[in-house]
Write a protein that binds this ligand. Structure first.
Ligand code: NDP
Length: 328
């Protein structure tokens, strides 16, 4: 019998208990592709999972880790064979199916994307769900027919995971990017990612008129609430905003005026469902558009034995940038 190291969350009475354990490969959940996990990453969701906050984990026991990259060791899926380097994000991994905080994984091949040649597993994990979501937003804006020549793009929650990648990806695609942040100290960081203008979060935090001066052709919003309402009110004729987050609230206190008087579109973006064609297109674009040095600058690599402690720390806001876990 072959054993591997994993972080496992067990439910005990009303609490959750996350710890390092040795597991047998026979304990892995069903799937048609086996992987030696080489890298994972710490997402906020993983922090919630290991601390038992929020209803992230949908079955117990669970191996957390919503993002993972690794090498295929066995496959009966037609698209994959032993030796392939692959990445998995979302699709219930780390929530309903054993995830990336382990040396081994067994997944459905329908959730996997072969890593484009130029993207290493460590860089793919730096990008992770956050970067993939930002790319989904850019692709949604492009599908809507928008281009950098239409005017500037705005990104809210810009210094966060999704926001940072949205700034970098929009700038790399040629957009003039205005970055909304509540952290003025992050201005240099955002400029280094490609932001042309830094806007204060407070300017978007108070309820405003339903129609305001037209400033942006496109937007990526990770905040929701009043911020999204104000961005919509400042979006120009035929512009669009990709909405993907709710750090500022689940509500949308807006009017229909931007939609019916300016033809503004609100494009919903979610990253968990397995739409494999979109995932492959997004990873391919990430590999060609994002500079490797820029990805590396956003990342801290830690060994697996520090992963649990760092996952617990993310929910207290003690982590900046992307923390990538390197398996032994
Ligand atoms: P982060 O915590 O990394 O970043 C969020 C950023 O938002 C912060 O860095 C901060 O940036 C800003 N912010 C925080 N609190 C507030 C507030 N109260 N009001 C306004 N701005 C605030 O999160 P992620 O980037 O990983 O995720 C962002 C959002 O996107 C979350 O809601 C997350 O759940 C969602 N998400 C959705 C996905 C989907 O599939 N739909 C996938 C991934 C994420 P600054 O200081 O620069 O303003």
């Amino acid at each position: 019998m072959s054993f591997f190291k994993a972080i496992r969350i067990d439910q005990r009475a009303e609490t959750c208990d996350a710890r390092y354990v040795d597991m047998a490969e026979e304990e892995l959940m069903p799937g048609d592709v086996d992987l030696a996990v080489t890298h994972s990453a710490i997402n906020y969701k993983d922090g919630l999972a290991v601390t038992g906050k929020g209803a992230v984990v949908r079955r117990f026991p669970m191996i957390p880790g919503v993002d993972l990259a690794g090498r295929v060791t066995r496959s009966t899926h037609p698209d994959f064979s032993a030796g392939d380097l692959v990445v998995a994000t979302g699709c219930g991994v780390g929530e309903a199916h054993y995830g990336g905080f382990a040396e081994r994984a067994r997944l459905s091949g329908d959730w996997l994307v072969k890593l484009p040649g130029t993207l290493t597993p460590a860089r793919a994990m730096t990008v992770g769900t956050a970067g993939l979501t930002a790319m989904f937003c850019l692709l949604a804006l492009e599908r809507h027919g928008l281009a950098p020549t239409d005017g500037p793009a705005v990104v809210s929650g810009a210094s966060g995971g999704v926001g940072s990648f949205a700034v970098a990806l929009l700038a790399a695609a040629g957009w003039r990017v205005a970055a909304i942040t509540g952290h003025p100290a992050e201005a240099d960081y955002l400029t280094s990612l490609g932001a042309a203008e830094i806007l204060a979060r407070e300017a978007f935090a108070q309820p405003g008129k339903p129609l305001q001066s037209q400033r942006f052709a496109a937007g990526v919003d990770t905040v929701g609430g009043v911020t999204l309402a104000n961005i919509l009110a400042q979006t120009q004729f035929d512009g669009a905003v990709a909405a993907t987050g709710n750090v500022g609230g689940m509500d949308l206190p807006a009017s229909v005026a931007p939609f019916i008087l300016r033809g503004v579109a609100l494009l919903g973006v979610e990253s968990v469902r397995p739409r494999i064609a979109l995932r492959r297109a997004a990873w391919a674009r990430i590999a060609t558009d994002l500079d490797a040095a820029l990805i590396d600058a956003m990342c801290e690599v830690i060994p697996f034995d520090q992963a649990l402690e760092r996952a617990r720390a993310i929910v207290t806001g003690k982590i900046r940038g992307r923390v990538v876990i390197e398996m032994p």
